[in-house]
Design a binder for this molecule. Structure first.
Ligand SMILES: [Zn+2]
Length: 345
C-alpha cells in the first residue's frame, strides 16, 4: 500500500510503498477514508510526543475515520464493513480511570498511534480494536476525522469548564481546527465567544464560518488585555480563557483580562513553554489555571453525533491526497496553514 513515512523525528516525510499491515488478534485493520493533517501531528513529527530513535521510520496520523476491512481472531463486536472513527490514545482499559470512562487519564498510558506505533497517513491503518469507535449514521468520514480530535477536544474543554450562557469564552488561536470548532461549540452551549487570532486571513476565516455569538478579535499590538475586557459585558473580562497556542505574551494578557472567578485552560504541549503568575493573583481573583487532556472515548463519539446532526458545522479548509501531505506539513511548519486540512488517501 501507499503511505507517507517519516524517516526520523524532526526529519522528512516521503510517500512510499510499504507492506500492507496485518492485525494482531486484538486489532483491526481500517481502510482509511479521511485523516486530519494537523499541527498536533506536526508536533509529533518534530518529536514532541515520542523522541526515541528506535521508533522511526514511522507512519504518522491519528485523526481519522474509515471502514473496517479486517479484524484479528480475538476481536468481537466489530466486523469488516463497519464504519469507525479512531481514538488517539493507547489505553489499558483496566485501570480505575479507564473503568470509569476517563480514558484520557489512563494510569497505564501506552502512547499514541502515529507516534508510538504506525498511524493513518496511509491507505490502511491497524489499531487496537478498543480504539475503533462507531461512526454514527449521518456522519461522513470527514466528520469522523474532525470529531476524532478537532471537535472531541473542544467537547472535553467545555465539559471541564462547564461552559454555559453566563460565560464569555475567549478562544486563543481560534482559526485553528480546535479553535474554530471550540468557538462554535461554546456558542452552541449559549456562551458569547471572543475568537482571538493574530493575522488578517485567520481572522477572516473565523468571520466567515461561525455563528453570530462568535466575535473575531485581533490580539496583535498593544493594550490587548484592555481590549479583551472592553469586548465583554460591563468590561468584566472573559470568564473562561482557552489557550490553544502557548504564546506566553498572549497568556499574560489573557490572565490579566480574566474575570473574577474565571478559569484559564491550557492545551499547550510544547515542553519549553511555561506560565506561572504570582500565587496572590490566584487568591485575589479566585481564578484557576488548568490543563485539558484530549477527550474520552465517549466524547469522541458524541462529537461525531454533533456533526452528524448538523449542530456543529464541520470546517474543512482543504482536501488533499497522500502526495500532498509533505507540502502541507511544510506550510504548517511555516505558520501558513490554519483550519482543518483533510487527507483522503
Ligand atoms: Zn487505563
Amino acid at each position: 500500500m501507499k503511505a507517507c513515512v517519516l524517516d526520523e523525528w524532526g526529519g522528512s516525510l516521503t510517500v512510499d510503498t510499504v507492506p500492507d499491515p496485518e492485525p494482531e488478534p486484538d486489532e483491526v485493520c481500517i481502510d482509511v477514508r479521511a485523516c486530519g493533517v494537523t499541527r498536533t501531528i506536526e508536533n509529533s513529527i518534530q518529536g514532541g510526543l515520542e523522541d526515541d530513535p528506535t521508533l522511526t521510520p514511522r507512519v504518522p496520523g491519528h485523526e481519522f475515520a474509515g471502514i473496517v476491512d479486517d479484524v484479528g481472531d480475538d476481536v468481537s463486536g466489530i466486523v469488516p464493513g463497519d464504519r469507525v472513527l479512531a481514538y488517539f490514545y493507547l489505553t489499558c482499559g483496566e485501570c480505575d480511570a479507564c473503568r470509569r470512562g476517563a480514558t484520557n487519564q489512563c494510569a497505564n498510558f501506552g502512547g499514541w498511534y502515529g507516534a508510538t506505533r504506525d498511524g493513518a497517513y496511509a491507505e490502511r491503518a491497524v489499531i487496537p480494536a478498543s480504539n475503533a469507535l462507531p461512526l454514527p449514521d449521518g456522519a461522513s468520514f470527514v466528520d469522523g476525522a474532525i470529531a476524532a480530535d478537532g471537535l472531541a477536544t473542544p467537547l472535553h474543554i467545555c465539559r471541564r469548564a462547564e461552559v454555559d450562557d453566563a460565560d464569555t469564552v475567549l478562544v486563543v488561536g481560534a482559526a485553528g481546527r480546535v479553535g474554530i470548532h471550540l468557538s462554535q461549540l461554546a456558542a452552541l452551549r449559549g456562551a458569547r465567544v471572543l475568537a482571538a487570532d493574530i493575522a488578517d486571513d485567520r481572522l477572516a476565516h473565523i468571520d466567515s464560518v461561525t455563528s453570530p455569538a462568535v466575535q473575531p478579535i485581533d490580539v496583535r499590538d498593544d493594550d490587548v488585555a484592555a481590549r479583551l475586557r472592553e469586548a465583554t459585558p460591563n468590561g468584566d473580562g472573559p470568564t473562561v480563557v482557552v489557550d490553544t497556542v502557548g504564546n506566553t505574551d498572549t497568556l499574560v494578557d489573557a490572565w490579566e483580562a480574566l474575570a473574577m472567578g474565571g478559569q484559564l485552560i491550557s492545551l499547550t504541549t510544547h515542553h519549553e513553554r511555561s506560565f506561572a503568575p504570582p500565587l496572590t493573583e490566584f487568591v485575589v481573583k479566585e481564578a484557576a489555571i488548568s490543563g485539558s487532556r484530549y477527550a474520552t472515548k465517549d466524547e469522541v463519539v458524541r462529537a461525531a453525533r454533533l456533526l452528524a446532526d448538523g449542530r456543529i458545522d464541520p470546517v474543512v479548509t482543504e482536501r488533499v491526497g497522500l502526495e500532498d501531505v509533505p507540502a502541507v506539513h511544510e506550510r504548517i511548519r511555516a505558520g501558513e496553514s490554519y483550519g482543518m486540512v483533510v487527507l483522503e488517501p
